[in-house]
Design a protein around this ligand. Structure first.
Ligand SMILES: O=CC(=O)O
Length: 327
């Protein structure tokens, strides 16, 4: 999608005087139009198809698009530092990176506020039926069929946050301001937090009107929202997912929605992106968006600066700024 500059081995390795030397980085995906020029001011940007790519020591990847698995690590054996422009790291085989001495960084908490805002937006949309009302008006149905059915109030609802990291905490803070009662599930109770800790997902679902999934995807949290959890959430229950599709057993979610066993869902992520079960597309009680909670144009500059800070630390032999796998 972006035209990468072409470099010769000579321009990368010598580049003339030492002051004009720009260390090479292999760039798999640029998420913003101006990232190429911003990166090129500091580094020699190399595309994955360049003959120089196999000798690159550092690489930029994107969470939603690039898998960092053994195939990729074998293909680019010189890599010693991989920076992902996202928050989640489930697309990377971290154990293998560690084993091969490849340092890994994500962009830390840069995305948390955007994602938290988005989760609240999805929830309000599902509850107050904003997108569906919009379609109703645009399709001229207000004139021909009268008022659209009312949605529900958010204030006073019991919200269970699955994962109280920086994203979950920002969601909790926002929903508290709406007058919701917050409970949460995490590995351990968080110090200095007034929300109720519930150590079990079934109990959290039973005690909640709304579940918001905001944990990282691991073997333990894969399908953490399963059939039993959906049943525990119950007929009036709403589920919001801004984390990863595989947190929810999507087939069971669809069945629950079809049978009316839960009331609605707001989803930004799916098990097989960009494919979405057709049943979901036909439902009025779900709001569906294309894995975009993390980014706003405002955050893009901050994201690339953190990536750059990690690369600079790596090339200077210093600890990464936002490490996931350290040296
Ligand atoms: O979903 C995107 C990310 O993890 O940054």
């Amino acid at each position: 999608m972006y035209a990468f500059p072409t470099h010769t081995a000579a321009s990368v390795t010598s580049g003339g005087s030492p002051s004009s030397y720009l260390p090479p980085i292999l760039v798999f995906r640029l998420l913003s139009d101006d990232w190429l020029s911003v990166l090129s001011a500091k580094f020699t940007v190399i595309s994955p198809s360049s003959p120089l790519s196999t000798s690159a020591r550092a690489a930029l990847v994107s969470a939603a698009y690039n898998r960092v698995d053994t195939d990729l690590l074998n293909q680019y054996p010189s890599l010693r530092c991989i920076v992902s422009s996202g928050a989640g790291v489930n697309h990377m085989n971290l154990e293998e990176c560690q084993r091969r001495g490849v340092q890994v960084a994500n962009v830390g908490e840069t995305h948390s506020i955007n994602v938290a805002d988005y989760a609240v937006g999805l929830l309000l949309d599902v509850m107050r039926r904003i997108t569906m009302s919009d379609q109703y008006v645009r399709n001229g149905l207000w004139v021909t069929q009268g008022d659209y059915p009312l949605g529900s109030k958010l204030g006073g609802k019991r919200v269970g946050i699955v994962g109280l990291g920086s994203i979950g905490s920002a969601i909790a803070k926002r929903l508290k301001a709406f007058g919701c009662q917050i409970s949460y599930l995490s590995r351990k109770p968080k110090p200095n937090v007034n929300y109720k800790f519930i150590p079990n997902i079934y109990d959290l679902a039973t005690e909640s009107n709304i579940l918001v999934v905001s944990c990282s995807l691991t073997k333990e949290t894969h399908h953490i929202i399963n059939e039993q959890v959906l049943q525990a959430l119950g007929k009036e229950g709403i589920i919001i997912n801004i984390a990863r599709g595989a947190h929810i057993d999507e087939t069971k979610l669809v069945q629950s929605l079809v049978k009316g066993e839960i009331r609605g869902a707001g989803l930004d992520v799916y098990e097989d992106e960009p494919n979405i079960p057709k049943e979901l597309i036909e439902m009025e009680n779900v709001v569906l968006t294309p894995h975009q909670a993390v980014f706003t144009p405002e955050s893009m500059g901050e994201v690339i600066q953190i990536c750059i800070a990690n690369f600079e630390a790596f090339f200077a032999g210093k600890p990464l700024v936002t490490p996931v796998v350290a040296d």
